[in-house]
Design a protein around this ligand. Sequence first.
Ligand SMILES: Cc1ncc(COP(=O)(O)O)c(C=O)c1O
Ligand SMILES: *[C@@H]1O[C@H](CO)[C@@H](O)[C@H](O)[C@H]1NC(C)=O
Ligand SMILES: *[C@@H]1O[C@H](CO)[C@@H](O)[C@H](O)[C@H]1NC(C)=O
Ligand SMILES: *[C@@H]1O[C@H](CO)[C@@H](O)[C@H](O)[C@H]1NC(C)=O
Length: 485
Amino acid sequence: MVTIPYFAALTTYFSYGLLFVFGHVRDFFRRLLRTSDAPKGYAPLCRDFEDFYTRRLYHRIQDCFNRPIASAPDAWIDVVERYSVDNNKTLYRTEKTRTCLNLGSYNYLGFAASDEYCTPRVIQSLQKFAQSTCSSRVDGGTTVLHEELENLIAKFVGKPAAMVYGMGFATNSTTLPSLIGKGGLIISDALNHSSIVAGVRASGAKVAVFRHNTPEHLEEVLREAIAEGQPRTHRPWKKIIVVVEGIYSMEGELCRLREIVAVTKKYKAYIYLDEAHSIGAIGKTGRGICELSGVDPADIDIMMGTFTKSFGSCGGYIAGSKELIKYLKFVSPGHLYAIAMSPPAVQQVISALKVILGEDGSSRGAQKLAQIRENSNFFREKLRKMGCEVLGDTDSPVMPIMLYNPAKIPAFSRECFKRNLAVVTVAFPATPLLLSRARICISAAHTKEDLERALEVIDEVSDMVHLKYFPQEREEEETVKRKQQ
Ligand SMILES: Cc1ncc(COP(=O)(O)O)c(C=O)c1O
Ligand SMILES: *[C@@H]1O[C@H](CO)[C@@H](O)[C@H](O)[C@H]1NC(C)=O
Ligand SMILES: *[C@@H]1O[C@H](CO)[C@@H](O)[C@H](O)[C@H]1NC(C)=O
Ligand SMILES: *[C@@H]1O[C@H](CO)[C@@H](O)[C@H](O)[C@H]1NC(C)=O
């Protein structure tokens, strides 16, 4: 977990305090003069705090988000330049684009751009099957491609069966309510993804939270929940599902899956593993967190993942026992009522999987997997040495750099952009208010020169924006290491 440096915490609180005070003063006059934007007699349509946050904090740094892109999300992307005449409240596109080194997309294996094996096959499938099935899976939306992918992905993750959805978010948010309802308990990691939160809310089950990635605390929570039973009635829970992620997308941390599985087995709770970021990106053959941490997929009851990252496509999957998948195909609204995954998107995943498995007749898949690991570990080590506060574990391609202070969000983003480096900054509500960060995603498509260039820019900008929270410590570490050698 993050421990905020004392000084950074102080200035961050101070900055937000100032913004809030000024925002509220301005809102006071806004109400006095003009009331809100709602028609007379109506309640305001937008929720209070979110509306305040958008108007008073977010608008000022809007240029750092929603930047339109004019190319594929490859190692380099073309970002459209915009201008504003009202302090960035409204932004207008220009005809100009800026070619930037891309450290923002989830293009872990470099399949997002044109690929010698995948792209021709995707174009063929587009011509044969068209871009949409115009139908849900149970009606006319199951093509032979969908069935092929379901077989392939089940085999890839090591489960007996799988089903695919048109959207990763909906995979989570519609699967959980199909499995658990009133009288059930979901125990989630404290850093839960918003799709899980949506799924849990829709299910009507109770929620408990355990400290981020802490199996010891999970055990405590489980033991207490089982002992207590349901609230008021103290009847036993109908079932308990523990929800974790393979790589936490805002932290870059790997799940301590082996210890967590030991706990869930001991207490006979089910485990739901979200591999949105880990499938394809980690493990020797790309099979994700189970492979990396030596967990048998048979010990995971529900394996969920998305095709939007390593596979360069869209959609998601659930893999599990034959009975589970048969049941979900019968009840999951995301399967029954939503449009089926687009056939060219299905073909993209099939082709990418074949490259990863080496079934395309080349060793490109293995090279990509080695490359992402090498690139990630190289980049993380250099960032750390620089003195930045970098989160996450070895082998993880996601590495957040802590910014904390709200003023540092636009400063970091704009200065990097000026130097042709595209980075993603993340702030509230995706992170806690105090823990703003820039999130770097490394790709197998980055060359060594790309990474070195990016490091140069980040080094320069970090000095400028004062992001090197640990310069001395890191230097001392270095000298100790040198002496040992
Ligand atoms: C952990 C996690 N689960 C689910 C999703 C949703 O996936 P999709 O973007 O494919 O809808 C994401 C997306 O970023 C994610 O990070
Ligand atoms: C608006 O955005 C531009 C660049 O994106 C930046 O240089 C400028 O300072 C911003 N203006 C305000 C008022 O924040
Ligand atoms: C839910 O699914 C999305 C992708 O569809 C993923 O990014 C997210 O991490 C999942 N959340 C959890 C808690 O499993
Ligand atoms: C998600 O996590 C937050 C805080 O960590 C917690 O308050 C909330 O209940 C959790 N929600 C779900 C659905 O897991």
